[in-house]
Every structure is written in structure tokens, then in C-alpha cells.
Design a protein around this ligand. Structure first.
Ligand code: BTN
Length: 259
């Protein structure tokens, strides 16, 4: 990975064959971390990988990318929405740099290729138990890289996709992709709160102008999407602004509104 990494980046890597969840592992690291250097944890396989809303993230051996970035933030408040958005954009930029590929972004964190989710981002803050301050943030990336679509479990089979047809069948390409993602991530991260990249995000959004259903806490909002603003929030045509939520349905505007 280091071969392809921007030489100015000073990162610590830890790699494992099998781990429960790289995000959870980073939470433990954060509790006894003495260094302010970014820490990258990678695993070939996860036994308890999870995504947003506590859902599990399918993490089979040898075919995916499961990694977490642990950053010390010194109680500087994070903007989880914009951090998730900027990290997802970094994934897309890496994929577009390395492969001939058209990526879309499904607000907030889903990376879509050929209408299927190939990767997702999970951002989590870590609070120091003694001081009560949020002193670390973790950005987890899960990607179906060489995954054989035949092995997707039934509950995600219709939505999940893999990059198998684009990827080159070697660890070199996987490591290069990881490095290029990290390069892109650390280019955006220092100024992520400005939302300066939102035009690039909007350009790849698959929901702007569409009728969507969004799960917000335990209610569903159905409306057309006007835009995603510079703060990374979803702006609906009726004026509603959503900071976070899960888009569960996308329809062409004016079509099939009640389905
Ligand atoms: C989502 O799509 O909801 C986010 C998926 C994030 C999965 C990654 S895999 C590496 C890291 N460890 C985890 O347990 N989750 C993230």
C-alpha cells in the first residue's frame, strides 16, 4: 500500500486476517491511543462487520476491502454528515481514477455502480469515558471488491453489487485502490467542513430530482428531492431539510408516487 501512498502521509497500518469489526477494533485502540498519527486498520475478513443503523455488513474472506481510519480530533466537533459524504466521494474518486467506471452516490453514504451498492461508509465518534470529550473519529469503509455475486446473502442479493468485472484480479490492484482512496481522503479531510466538494457530490447523486422515500427515525418521508445543500443535507421540494436518514425508495418524479 505504501508504494502508492502520497509520501507526505504519515500513517500507521495494522493488518489482520480476521477481526470482528475494524471500526470496533479502532474504538478499543482509541481508548489507549497515545499517538496523534492516523491509524489504518485493515482486515481480510470480518466476523461482525456492521453498517449504519446497526445492520450487519457482509464481509467475506479474500474478496473485499474492510478498513477503518482512526483519527484523533481533540474534542473538535465533527460533522458526521459531511464527513460521511466527503469519505464516500473519496471512494468514488479513487474508483474513477483507477477504473473505467461510472459511480453514483446515494445519499448519504452508498457508492453505487450499475445500480447496485458496491461500498458504504460508516462514521463513528469515540468519546473518552473520563473526560466525556469526543476525542477520536472512525471512518469505516466496506467494499465488495472481488466478491462473487453468487455468494451475497438473500437479504442483499437484489441490491448489492461487486466490482469484480472492473477490478484486476490481483492484490496489487486492491492495495493500489486502498492507497488511492487514502490519498483522496486525506486531500479532502482537512477542509471537509467547508463542503467545498459538494458540487462533485451532487453531480454523482442518483436522487436529485427524483421522488424518494426516506426513513427518518421511525417515520417515512416521501417527497421529491430538490437538492443536497452545501452542508450535505437533503432538501426536499416541500421545504423539508433532512440532516440524516436512509433513502429506501427512488422513483422517477411523478411516477408511481404511492408505491
Ligand atoms: C453502510 O453501508 O451502512 C456502511 C458500511 C461500512 C462497513 C465497514 S467495513 C469496515 C468497517 N468495519 C465495520 O464494522 N464497518 C465498516
Amino acid at each position: 500500500i505504501r508504494r502508492y501512498l502520497d509520501p507526505a502521509l504519515d500513517l500507521t497500518f495494522e493488518t489482520y486476517e480476521q477481526i470482528e469489526s475494524t471500526n470496533d477494533f479502532c474504538k478499543k485502540l482509541a481508548l489507549d491511543s497515545k499517538t496523534s498519527k492516523p491509524h489504518i486498520v485493515l482486515s481480510e475478513h470480518q466476523t461482525g462487520g456492521h453498517g449504519r443503523y446497526g445492520r450487519s455488513f457482509f464481509s467475506p474472506k479474500g474478496s473485499g476491502i474492510y478498513l477503518s481510519i482512526l483519527l484523533k480530533i481533540n474534542n473538535d466537533p465533527i460533522d458526521p454528515g459531511l464527513l460521511t459524504i466527503s469519505s464516500s466521494l473519496a471512494v468514488v474518486k479513487a474508483l474513477e481514477k483507477l477504473f473505467r467506471i461510472n459511480c453514483q452516490l446515494k445519499w448519504v453514504n452508498d457508492i453505487i455502480v450499475d445500480n447496485r451498492k458496491v461500498a458504504g461508509i460508516l462514521v463513528e465518534g469515540v468519546t473518552d469515558l473520563q473526560s466525556g470529550a469526543m476525542d477520536h473519529v472512525i471512518i469505516g469503509l466496506g467494499m465488495n471488491y472481488m466478491t462473487d455475486p453468487e455468494i451475497f446473502p438473500d437479504d442483499i442479493r437484489n441490491r448489492a453489487g461487486s466490482l469484480r468485472k472492473y477490478a484486476h484480479r490481483s492484490d496489487v490492484s486492491r492495495n493500489k485502490l486502498i492507497a488511492v482512496f487514502l490519498n483522496e481522503f486525506f486531500k479532502i479531510y482537512p477542509n471537509y467542513r467547508t463542503g467545498a466538494f459538494m458540487n462533485e457530490y451532487r453531480k454523482r447523486s442518483n436522487i436529485i430530482g427524483k421522488q424518494v422515500s426516506v426513513l427518518v427515525s421511525d417515520r417515512v418521508v416521501s417527497e421529491a428531492v430538490k437538492t443536497i445543500d452545501d452542508k450535505g443535507r437533503l432538501v426536499l421540494t416541500d421545504g423539508t431539510i433532512l440532516v440524516s436518514g436512509e433513502v429506501t425508495k427512488i422513483r422517477e418524479k411523478g411516477y408511481d408516487l404511492h408505491n
